[in-house]
Ligand binder design. Sequence first.
Ligand SMILES: *[C@@H]1O[C@H](CO)[C@@H](O)[C@H](O)[C@H]1NC(C)=O
Ligand SMILES: *[C@@H]1O[C@H](CO)[C@@H](O)[C@H](O)[C@H]1NC(C)=O
Ligand SMILES: *[C@@H]1O[C@H](CO)[C@@H](O)[C@H](O)[C@H]1NC(C)=O
Ligand SMILES: *[C@@H]1O[C@H](CO)[C@@H](O)[C@H](O)[C@H]1NC(C)=O
Ligand SMILES: *[C@@H]1O[C@H](CO)[C@@H](O)[C@H](O)[C@H]1NC(C)=O
Ligand SMILES: *[C@@H]1O[C@H](CO)[C@@H](O)[C@H](O)[C@H]1NC(C)=O
Ligand SMILES: *[C@@H]1O[C@H](CO)[C@@H](O)[C@H](O)[C@H]1NC(C)=O
Ligand SMILES: *[C@@H]1O[C@H](CO)[C@@H](O)[C@H](O)[C@H]1NC(C)=O
Ligand SMILES: *[C@@H]1O[C@H](CO)[C@@H](O)[C@H](O)[C@H]1NC(C)=O
Ligand SMILES: *[C@@H]1O[C@H](CO)[C@@H](O)[C@H](O)[C@H]1NC(C)=O
Ligand SMILES: *[C@@H]1O[C@H](CO)[C@@H](O)[C@H](O)[C@H]1NC(C)=O
Ligand SMILES: *[C@@H]1O[C@H](CO)[C@@H](O)[C@H](O)[C@H]1NC(C)=O
Length: 567
Amino acid sequence: MRFTLLACASLASSALAYNRAAVDAFKRPQQKRAEILEKHGLSSHPVLPEKRSSTVETRQASPYLNDATQKFVVNGSAIPLVDFDIGESYAGLLPISDDPNETRQLYFWFFPSTNPNATDEIAIWFNGGPGCSSLSGLLTENGPFLFQAGTLSPVPNSYSWSNLTNILWVEQPVGVGFSQGVPNITNEVELGQQFAGFYKQFVDAFQVHGRKVYLTGESYAGFYVPYIADAFIAEDDTDYYNLAGIAINDPIIGDGTIQQEVVIVPFVEYWSNLFYFNETFMNQLRTRNEQCNYTSYMEKYYTFPPPPGPFPVLPDPYDDENYACDMFDTVLEAAILMNPCFDLYHITATCPFVYSHLGIVNPGDYQPPGAEVYFNRSDVQAAINAPAGTNWMQCTDKNVFNFGYVNNYTLGDTSLGPAQDGVLQRVIEYTNNTIIGGGNLDLLLNPNGTVFVLQNMTWNGMQGFQKDPQSQNQFYVPYHPEYNGGRLAESGIQGMWGEERGLTFYVIQLAGHELPGYTAGSGYRVLEKLLGRITDFSEVSDFTTQTGDFTGNGTIYKRSSGSMAIE
Ligand SMILES: *[C@@H]1O[C@H](CO)[C@@H](O)[C@H](O)[C@H]1NC(C)=O
Ligand SMILES: *[C@@H]1O[C@H](CO)[C@@H](O)[C@H](O)[C@H]1NC(C)=O
Ligand SMILES: *[C@@H]1O[C@H](CO)[C@@H](O)[C@H](O)[C@H]1NC(C)=O
Ligand SMILES: *[C@@H]1O[C@H](CO)[C@@H](O)[C@H](O)[C@H]1NC(C)=O
Ligand SMILES: *[C@@H]1O[C@H](CO)[C@@H](O)[C@H](O)[C@H]1NC(C)=O
Ligand SMILES: *[C@@H]1O[C@H](CO)[C@@H](O)[C@H](O)[C@H]1NC(C)=O
Ligand SMILES: *[C@@H]1O[C@H](CO)[C@@H](O)[C@H](O)[C@H]1NC(C)=O
Ligand SMILES: *[C@@H]1O[C@H](CO)[C@@H](O)[C@H](O)[C@H]1NC(C)=O
Ligand SMILES: *[C@@H]1O[C@H](CO)[C@@H](O)[C@H](O)[C@H]1NC(C)=O
Ligand SMILES: *[C@@H]1O[C@H](CO)[C@@H](O)[C@H](O)[C@H]1NC(C)=O
Ligand SMILES: *[C@@H]1O[C@H](CO)[C@@H](O)[C@H](O)[C@H]1NC(C)=O
Ligand SMILES: *[C@@H]1O[C@H](CO)[C@@H](O)[C@H](O)[C@H]1NC(C)=O
């Protein structure tokens, strides 16, 4: 920078004026930011939520409080490190069956909504793994308060899904988080049955019979959610299992070679200026992609409409001792060599690693020496009715599909992907309300791979999407007025979507794997659509929970032309 300025100093006066402006811009970014915000009617100071009186005292009229749920009450004003009231909630353990001797219990945290539209609904959120806790989603993606990696303290989440509906975060299957008992499942059908057993206990305790149930989740919940939905359908009892729709983002739903390997070189080509691989390496990638038949496979089968299936399953690259066709790990290795902080969940990440309050699980998680894991604090465990002294892990080291053998993955989930064996098809056809999507900054499960798997699937009488859903319609996120110094969200056109025969697919351009965490407005819009509060993702309207003119044309948040120009 210094070199540039000195070199320019000998140029004409217009160049000098330009340089001064540039230098000024470095000197006063805070002032500039405040000016911009004030111009748009926004406060440049963090607006902290008002301290409300404890919801515990004012909850007497809650329809959820009864003799059975009294023991689950959480004092929303007494959450460690949280200096605001998180609202009415209930947490604790419930068994997976009505057997009085049942030893297996799942841990849940339930947040009723004050939204008057929500009275006949309930939604459930699942994180993936297998073996990862849904409390990570609550704390870093879509819960009422957030404690996101790299931040100093919890903040209220203006994009909490509890703004829209009653929502339940559950740690499952048995073996995960605070849940109790010894895992003894080997597949997703058994997982679905165990969850259905738990949910029946929940419905009876909280008296939420007959409610429309929406299942949501991400990543490996691409397996959990359709299989649990299918278990609900199989129960054929709408008093307990009134399934109304599912939404999954960045999900694994089918054959891993198609979802993760075949699509990776095109993904690298698409983001080539970001990866910035050298040409020699790029040519090696292209050659290997051809030798592995991935290029021709994609050309032949990744079409709209697709050729008649079933698509052949390619050899598993991990079965080959040279891993010559493991393009995914080849790309990952090269990316990490160039950028040691490369994050396969969010490819724009650069150094340094940020501090994760949930412990070290995923690549890129970092904790300073001596730092504590939030859910391992004894005061936190006490505040949320969690079993005291649990060594809580964000993702368990137990193999939840193999009797809980620690670090023994000899046997894993023996189920096929729900897109391969009719499960997802049944769920789509039962509800005609299935939403699948992903973030385009996710290397692990990028949107093309997910669409590819769907092209091999038949639902409602036809195979695949007839038109590419990623090039159909624009995904609009409302403009909005908040500036809370904590959680901010994107607005405007954020991606693309398409819908055919009860299945909607969307892509959000600047989301990583944990989509509601990276792009809160888009994630919120997905839930609005799932619940039927908006017609589709192109709808230009406010969030249903906000009123005002936030369309981008109003005075509140109108963008000026050449917005960042120094005036
Ligand atoms: C809830 O917690 C707050 C803060 O610790 C406390 O002042 C209040 O008395 C508690 N309410 C109940 C009902 O325990
Ligand atoms: C529960 O366990 C007790 C003691 O082992 C046994 O007597 C009882 O029959 C069991 N109840 C059921 C429903 O299995
Ligand atoms: C798991 O254990 C329970 C209780 O012992 C038993 O009823 C159930 O059949 C077992 N499930 C499987 C899949 O083995
Ligand atoms: C997705 O696949 C299409 C078709 O091959 C390709 O044009 C596009 O660049 C791919 N996008 C990404 C992000 O990989
Ligand atoms: C690619 O396809 C050709 C022709 O079908 C086959 O001979 C070859 O073994 C395949 N390559 C790999 C790596 O599977
Ligand atoms: C395509 O779908 C069929 C079921 O219709 C399934 O058996 C097959 O594994 C799928 N192919 C791939 C590559 O996933
Ligand atoms: C090109 O990239 C590859 C993969 O990262 C690396 O092994 C190779 O050394 C690079 N070549 C140069 C000249 O940097
Ligand atoms: C791992 O699991 C397999 C299958 O259940 C079992 O046979 C084996 O003994 C286990 N290994 C260890 C080290 O526990
Ligand atoms: C779902 O939509 C299809 C048309 O795509 C229709 O034929 C079917 O009856 C609908 N099913 C339900 C349960 O609404
Ligand atoms: C209730 O839902 C309707 C659409 O069905 C929406 O227009 C309205 O804004 C919603 N109200 C709240 C408070 O969310
Ligand atoms: C969520 O609800 C709060 C409190 O009513 C409100 O201030 C906020 O704007 C809502 N968020 C959204 C995205 O509608
Ligand atoms: C803003 O107003 C213009 C002109 O009236 C209209 O074309 C555009 O769709 C509006 N944009 C939004 C986001 O409402």
